[in-house]
Ligand binder design. Structure first.
Ligand code: RRO
Length: 314
């Protein structure tokens, strides 16, 4: 386990917030344990819409950026979304400005947020991930990096995160490049997320986050062919909540580094379930599309549950 993670765990319970809601995570002191899932809340657009009110009532205790790649990307062809009962299938395909564009345009705006910034990065090769990690290593605006080894919507996106050996080799390459906490985002599409998590920890990861979306496909209602422009997509929302809970419980029992649990969280009760399964932080994703203030509500509901518990305990 790396030094920041050790420090974080030494400071208090690794499983859930202190009674006042404050949570230590990889050396960061957070106001509560609710964060966003990468790519599910556009803080720059929200600032344009809500103005400075966003800064005074920011819905998350830390902000995770959407995925940044080395080169700019247009993303996948439309349609990019499909709704199903209890879930949403996305095939967005990582549209972003690329590393240089992010550093120039997005980072200054995200640095104005009132919470620590986690930048999510994805490379198509180990060297690309090294370029990204190196590009942020000295940026003081960035509190931590999340390595996305689990995007279901690009051909090679899953390779590193589906295989423990590949994940360990990636960490071995990028760990020496930064002292910032490295969070490895895991896929539920691998046969053994627990083994990948163990490999990540052994190779120097400070935390793991899971689950990314579940690979799925929707049929076009008329043609019967694939609906999504990218053919397959990633399923998120309440439909994957039980999958996420099982994966988080499994992973949390196998690693000593903190776990960020996510997948279909829509209430304080859902967040509590993940914390009790061993998560230290909880990510909110699909619910923020329905209600951009969902993070605030879920954090308040969780605090209410804790309050009730402490009253019962006397
Ligand atoms: O952009 C996407 O299509 C995407 C990404 Br990077 C990811 O990590 N997970 C997902 O469901 N979609």
């Amino acid at each position: 386990m790396s030094a920041p993670a050790r420090a974080s765990r030494a400071r208090g319970s690794s499983h859930g917030p202190a009674p006042d809601g404050r949570t230590s995570f990889c050396g960061l002191e957070l106001a509560h344990p609710i964060v966003n899932g990468s790519g599910t809340f556009d803080a720059i657009a929200a600032r344009r819409t809500f103005g400075d009110a966003l800064l005074t009532e920011f819905p998350f205790a830390a902000f995770v950026s959407k995925t940044v790649t080395v080169e700019p990307r247009q993303g996948n062809p439309p349609p990019r979304l499909w709704e199903q009962p209890g879930g949403m299938l996305n095939s967005i395909g990582l549209p972003n400005r690329g590393l240089r564009g992010f550093l120039e345009h997005d980072l200054p705006a995200l640095a104005e947020l009132p919470v620590p910034l986690v930048v999510n990065v994805m490379g198509f090769t180990r060297e690309e991930v090294a370029t990204l990690v190196g590009g942020f290593a000295e940026r003081e605006e960035v509190a931590a990096l999340e390595l996305n080894v689990s995007c279901p919507n690009v051909e090679t996106g899953l390779v590193m995160g589906a295989d423990p050996g590949e994940t360990a080799a990636l960490l071995a390459r990028v760990r020496p490049l930064t002292t910032k906490p490295l969070i490895v985002k895991l896929t539920p599409n691998a046969s053994a997320p627990g083994s990948v998590a163990e490999a990540a920890e052994s190779a120097g990861a400070d935390a793991v986050s899971l689950v990314n979306t579940l690979r799925g496909m929707a049929a076009h209602p008329r043609s019967g062919g694939p609906w999504l422009g990218g053919v397959t997509g990633g399923l998120s929302g309440p439909a994957i909540r039980t999958v996420a809970l099982a994966a988080v419980r499994d992973v949390a029992r196998r690693v000593t580094i903190p776990v960020v649990g996510m997948g279909g969280v829509g209430s304080g009760g859902d967040a509590d379930d993940l914390l009790r399964a061993g998560a230290t932080l909880v990510g909110v994703g699909t619910e923020s599309f329905r209600d951009p203030a969902a993070g605030t509500r879920i954090a308040a509901e969780l605090a209410g549950l804790r309050e009730k518990e402490s009253t019962v305990r006397g």
